[in-house]
Design a protein around this ligand. Structure first.
Ligand SMILES: [Zn+2]
Length: 416
């Protein structure tokens, strides 16, 4: 295998920033063998045909997208076309999913957790990835989610009616699922500034869901908004709250005590607020949306301060949230909430990998080379996250379009 030498001005290892560079990272056989400071700054060692030399300003672990729907194109804003698409054939959905995988990779995302799709396109894509060569993102798939019969979530979830249905359905899903996705409440009613409809599962049912999932080795993540559902989710031991709008400080405290993760998904709600030209909301609804977002920023900051594991997930595929760029927007929303740069970068790298027992991607000696290069440090400019120069997985480096392996001719400027 081709060896890689990467010169970086600074790097983030997944938890900490290292800014006393420049540094030289040596990668051999897909493993980071050495990271040293280039104090004398002679640049790369003498030429060696078997080694590719690259220069990038900043290295950090490959990003994690914790919540998206790969079969949906979030950039499609025509509501009629979105509706029509839900009846599209499997091959069209698969090609949308493949394009969305590529968009994730181009944004520097190397681990994706899908959040449910009734067609199972997510699981099909995971299977494709397992046979793919070259640089592809890693995918966790729940397959189909579960919801209460007749309630919200038809595009992503199977219906369960009672305790027997819960157990049987989870047992079936467990054959291919990496995690169990649950729809615990409805969606947000933007016009009234509240959650639509009652909770889908009561505390006893949610406990049964968690117990059954754990018995089958699955972690649980729940679409959940509003205090009633949030209290049930946390009380029942759900591993991760998705969305979590209308959060309250006492629930945050319980989450911190229990180690419940939170994926706050600002992006789809921010789109509703920021694009009235598209969404056609009137000023009164925009005021409601503004209040919902302000409350969310405030609660997410409080959660991070109390030690709740906050995780970046954009809900890409949702209306107005494209894959790839949606996650970068989400990371910037976490920063806007008041999390430190270090906290937001961890929320999109080491924190979810650790929570999910996924293979680590820390930029550290002995770890698999699973990192990205940016043209500047996010500690200086958060928008540098939008300027990915290279993606390296298991020692193979590619350009953001994923198509051109950097082997024969180094793509980036070399310094000597
Ligand atoms: Zn979702």
């Amino acid at each position: 295998m081709n060896n890689l030498l990467i010169q970086a001005e600074s790097f983030f290892d997944g938890r900490q920033n290292h800014s006393a560079g420049p540094y030289l990272l040596t990668i051999a056989n897909g493993i980071i063998r050495d990271i040293c400071e280039l104090r004398s700054s002679n640049g790369f060692p003498a030429n060696d045909a078997a080694t590719t030399r690259l220069h990038t300003a900043f290295v950090m672990p490959g990003l994690v997208e914790a919540h998206c729907h790969l079969f949906l194109d979030g950039g499609e804003l025509d509501l009629a076309r979105r509706k029509e698409y839900l009846a599209a054939g499997r091959s069209q959905m698969l090609s949308t999913g493949r394009a969305n995988l590529a968009a994730n990779l181009a944004a520097g995302i190397t681990l994706i957790r899908d959040a449910g799709d009734i067609h199972g396109i997510n699981t099909h894509l995971k299977e494709e990835i397992s046979h793919a060569s070259g640089v592809v993102p890693e995918l966790r798939s729940p397959g189909r989610a579960i919801r209460k019969t007749g309630r919200y979530g038809s595009f992503m979830a199977l219906e369960v009616r009672d305790a027997a249905g819960i157990e049987n359905t989870i047992e079936t899903l467990a054959a291919t699922a990496d995690d169990l996705k649950i729809l615990l409440t409805g969606i947000i009613d933007f016009e009234n500034g509240c959650v639509k409809g009652p909770v889908q599962f009561d505390l006893e049912e949610t406990r049964l869901i968690v117990r059954t999932a754990r018995r089958l080795g699955l972690k649980t993540y729940a679409h959940c908004n509003g205090p009633e559902g949030l209290n049930i989710a946390v009380e029942a031991g759900i591993d991760s709250i998705e969305h979590g709008f209308f959060m309250e400080p006492d629930i945050v405290k319980k989450m911190a005590d229990k180690g419940t993760a939170w994926v706050p998904t600002f992006a789809p709600v921010y789109f509703q607020f920021s694009r009235p030209d598209v969404t056609q909301w009137n000023p009164a609804t925009l005021d409601k949306l503004h209040a919902i977002l302000q409350n969310h920023f405030h609660n997410v900051a409080g959660a991070a301060a109390k030690g709740v594991p906050v995780v970046a997930g954009s809900d890409a595929g949702s209306y107005g949230v494209p894959h790839g760029t949606g996650l970068i927007d989400e990371v910037l929303f976490l920063r806007q909430a008041g999390l430190t740069v270090q906290q937001v970068l961890s929320a999109a790298t080491a924190v979810p990998r650790q929570l999910w027992n996924a293979s680590p991607a820390d930029v550290a000696v002995g770890q698999a080379a699973n990192f990205i290069g940016l043209d500047d440090s996010p500690f200086k400019d958060m928008n540098s996250l939008r300027r990915v120069q290279l993606i390296c997985r298991n020692g193979q480096a590619v350009k953001p379009d994923g198509t051109s392996p950097i082997v024969a001719s180094p793509l980036l400027s070399q310094r000597n």
